[in-house]
Design a protein around this ligand. Structure first.
Ligand SMILES: NC(=O)c1ccc[n+]([C@@H]2O[C@H](COP(=O)([O-])OP(=O)(O)OC[C@H]3O[C@@H](n4cnc5c(N)ncnc54)[C@H](O)[C@@H]3O)[C@@H](O)[C@H]2O)c1
Length: 270
């Protein structure tokens, strides 16, 4: 169970979307929050709003994570809760260039590894600390149209599980947030697959922050702001072929939407 009141917190990608909602929620619950974002003005604006400290920078590089943790430790004294939230949805299928696959790996997976590498020694000495990974339902299931995203989010879930399995008995709390669609800039940019698969059930970033707060209070690892994800995850594990057939039907719908748009674009639908 994580005590938020008075805690020193870092949120990466806290200048907008889910990260901003988490920063606001934890600050409202009494935490002292360091807001990181690639977008310096966005980090400053959220920090000013919640009485926190802005540490802009790239959470997807080794230097960016090291600088963030060093500056946050200076500002907070101790970092008690680290929310590794920044993510990238760039890329599509295997044709995606290696450079974009690498960036997805660094932002969506290695960022968590690099932060844990720096934070764990102190946390294990103290016998406590809370590590939050914003993964995705794509990390438990898959996201059509987004192979680098799905693969690196699976790895993020894998790393979060590993951390919890290895260090829970030494006081580490780990929470892994796995939403489907959330109304942010990322969802707005998710194209046809996002429209077909995610838009109808999309929720607000504040609902994700509420689900995290509830998980921190009761100690649960998986944070599922869309409760139906638990059923899909179960189906994937227990009847994989049926689950894959369902995903294939969804892909066909996305392909058909694409074809409709193409004919509309040429005027052939009239
Ligand atoms: N929106 C969704 O539907 C959805 C669903 C599941 C999981 N997620 C995950 O939630 C997290 C937050 O996504 P969001 O929807 O709020 O995204 P978003 O695109 O709205 O971005 C939020 C903020 O992160 C910042 N950011 C991006 N890359 C960064 C980096 N390398 N370093 C520091 N800051 C960075 C952006 O500048 C932005 O202010 C991501 O990990 C994403 O994969 C989002």
């Amino acid at each position: 169970m994580t005590n938020v009141s008075g805690a020193g917190v870092v949120v990466t990608g806290g200048g907008g979307g889910i990260g901003r909602a988490i920063a606001r929620r934890l600050a409202a619950d009494g935490a002292r929050v360091v807001v990181n974002d690639l977008d310096e003005a966005a980090a400053q604006a959220v920090a000013a709003e919640i009485g926190g400290l802005a540490v802009p920078g790239d959470a997807g590089t080794e230097e960016g994570v090291a600088n963030l943790i060093a500056e946050a430790a200076k500002g907070l004294g101790e970092i008690d809760i680290y929310c590794s939230n920044a993510g990238t949805a760039a890329g599509s299928g295997p044709e995606t260039p290696d450079a974009l696959w690498q960036r997805a790996w660094e932002v969506n997976t290695l960022a968590h590894v690099r932060a844990a590498r720096l934070l764990l020694p102190g946390w294990l000495d103290r016998g406590g600390g809370t590590f939050v990974v914003t993964a995705s339902a794509a990390g438990l299931l898959t996201m059509l149209g987004a192979a680098p995203y799905s693969v690196t989010k699976h790895a993020a879930v894998g790393f979060a599980e590993w951390l919890a399995a290895t260090y829970a008995h030494r006081g580490l709390a780990v929470h892994c947030i796995c939403p489907q669609g959330v109304r942010t800039q990322m969802l707005a940019g998710s194209g046809r697959a996002g429209d077909v698969v995610l838009a109808a059930a999309a929720i607000e970033p504040e609902q994700v922050a509420d689900a995290l707060a509830a998980a921190m209070a009761d100690g649960s690892f998986l944070v599922l702001p869309h409760p139906e994800v638990r059923d899909y995850y179960l189906k994937r594990a227990t009847d994989t072929d049926r689950w894959l057939r369902g995903m294939s039907r969804l892909q066909r719908r996305i392909d058909e939407t694409d074809e409709t748009d193409e004919t509309e674009g040429t005027g052939a639908s009239a």
